[in-house]
Design a binder for this molecule. Sequence first.
Ligand code: DC
Length: 216
Amino acid sequence: MIIAIDGPSGTGKSTTARLLARDLGFVYLDTGAMYRAITFAALAAKIPPSDTAGLLKLLETTSVDFDSDNKILINGVSREQEIRGAEVSANTSLYSAVPEVRKVLTNLQREIAKTHSAVLDGRDIGTVVFPNADFKFFLVTDIKVRAARRFEELKEKGIPMTLEEVEKNLLERDALDSSRKEAPLRKAEDAIEIDTTQLSITQQVQKIRDYVGVVA
Ligand code: DC
């Protein structure tokens, strides 16, 4: 069984998907982490998003996996901390818009989920990666609430940013992710939309479990 959870950043997708997978005993695949991983590797190798040949070579020679704790491994090295940092966060929208990058990572995501029931979270899971997913959810949240949540996360990590900067950043990323030509952030026609503005993570997970339980 494949459960797709898409939506913009700060809607609680990853936490919801991780807990849901744990409850159901499914594999959890954080596809955003994979785009972050390639961005980290490209920045380290100083390959700009415009250098398609350089990126193709990088994709061929870079392995992206997860350890048993779902933390990212790049060429076998744990890089969880690095892929969540400000530089990678600010650049991932640019690298994830490159069709060659999307093609390779989409294939890898399909491959990983081929032999397991899985919950995948991302931007294009229900539209492109698994258009025939058993269940598709699209999470939306009021921008003020998303910004406040992200602001708290950054504060905990000691990253200095004002609430206004965080909101501006989220809106810019949404605009880039939604307007790219290849697999833009979009709700699949048959996805169930869930507004998480007023929901706790536990309520979000329960809501999805209710849908999955009713039909499964
Ligand atoms: O979910 P996240 O914030 O970790 O995603 C990081 C970036 O990767 C974000 O700019 C959108 C992009 N992304 C994507 O284009 N397609 C996906 N399936 C997942 C993430």
